[in-house]
Design a protein around this ligand. Structure first.
Ligand SMILES: [Zn+2]
Length: 360
């Protein structure tokens, strides 16, 4: 992990900022943290060494951006265009922008942002329920390819499951507060967030305990050097299950008498020959998105006809016909939206089955 601090300084914004580590470090050297100033590293992504190679190589990803300020702070409005430009030039690096000021992002995106630069992730920090309820609806609305949530410092139990259910959040991380006046972080809050992530199929990371940590009814003072290690020792990070590759999954399905009954007829083969496979793939993706992906699909259980389109038949053959079958065959729980990764996987699977059917 690399850090890029193009500017330094910030104004305290919400409860999470109370014991900001940047203020603490600045105070020790008599520096005014409220002054936002460019640093010598402003153009770090474009800096080169004597051999003419970039100082940050592509293996330095992800680059954490603005850890001693907030990327969307007002005082940096005039500089942000250059930062976007550098991220675009260094498309070989991935950047993580961590912010509390997501409300300012909408008017601070570059003109060619579109649905988002593919190498930029935006992580919204929310330290408590109020911050989550103010900021996460905005994060969901913002066009951005990679969206993440962090609760650092986590100051109470936080319910984010309704936001996770939309399938747009890739990862959630949690941690306690550091420093001599650190507020308490309760392990039960961390575990609750983890369970919410597991139910929603979203990755979860427990980053560090903080200095003042409660577990099993007891409070512990954890030294800075131990906070990260103790969190890792808990061993509770979660990565959503990886599905078997489509070929393997089709072999599993073929062992079901019901699933293996479905075949493409002459009419469907004709249709595919006329339309072409790329168009059929688009149909498969559209059908899954519209009829299966929502948290509560309309007429679930009877939304996929038995005939009328090759994709419908593929859905029955592949157990992608309703949320009940997705739960049974893929372990994707009902009641939440499919993630982009799940949609892509199921689309591939349907196309794999269809390709097998039209082979001469
Ligand atoms: Zn079904």
């Amino acid at each position: 992990m690399k850090v890029w601090n193009p500017f330094h300084g910030c104004k305290k914004f919400s409860a999470g900022c109370l014991h900001c580590y940047m203020y603490r470090i600045d105070e020790a050297v008599g520096r005014d943290s409220t002054q936002v100033v460019k640093t010598g590293d402003f153009a770090l992504p474009l800096k080169k060494n004597r051999q003419g190679a970039y100082k940050l190589s592509s293996s330095d990803s992800p680059v954490y951006t603005c850890l001693s300020s907030d990327f969307f702070v007002e005082e940096a409005d005039a500089w942000r265009g250059e930062l976007w430009e550098m991220m675009k030039i260094r498309s070989d690096l991935s950047f993580v922008i961590i912010t509390k000021r997501i409300h300012r992002a909408f008017s601070a995106l570059p003109p060619d942002w579109g649905e988002g630069y593919p190498n930029v992730a935006i992580t919204v920090t929310c330290e408590n329920q109020q911050a989550a309820d103010e900021r996460l609806p905005l994060l969901l609305q913002l066009p951005c390819v990679h969206k993440e949530i962090t609760h650092e410092p986590m100051l109470g139990p936080i319910v984010i499951e309704p936001y996770l259910r939309e399938g747009k959040i890739e990862c959630v991380s949690c941690g306690g507060e550091s420093g001599p006046d650190a507020r308490l972080c309760d392990y039960d809050w961390i575990l609750s967030t983890r369970e919410q992530c597991m139910r929603a199929g979203v990755a979860f990371v427990f980053r560090q305990t903080g200095a003042n940590f409660k577990k099993g009814g007891r409070c512990y003072q954890i030294p800075r050097s131990e906070q990260h290690r103790q969190a890792q020792k808990a061993g509770i990070d979660f990565t959503p299950p990886i599905f078997p590759d489509p070929e393997e999954q089709l072999r599993r399905l073929s062992r079901s008498a019901f699933r293996s009954r479905f075949r493409l007829g002459e009419k469907e083969r004709q249709y595919i020959a006329v339309k072409g496979l790329p168009a059929i793939r688009q149909h498969a993706s559209d059908f899954l998105s519209a009829r299966l992906a929502p948290a509560e699909p309309l007429h679930d259980g009877s939304q996929t006809p038995m005939k009328g389109h090759p994709v419908f038949i593929a859905q029955h053959a592949c157990a992608c016909c309703c949320r009940g079958c997705l739960q049974k065959w893929y372990g994707i729980p009902k009641g939440r939206a499919l993630s982009p990764g799940e949609l892509a996987y199921l689309t591939d699977l349907l196309m794999c089955w269809i390709s097998g059917q039209i082979k001469p």
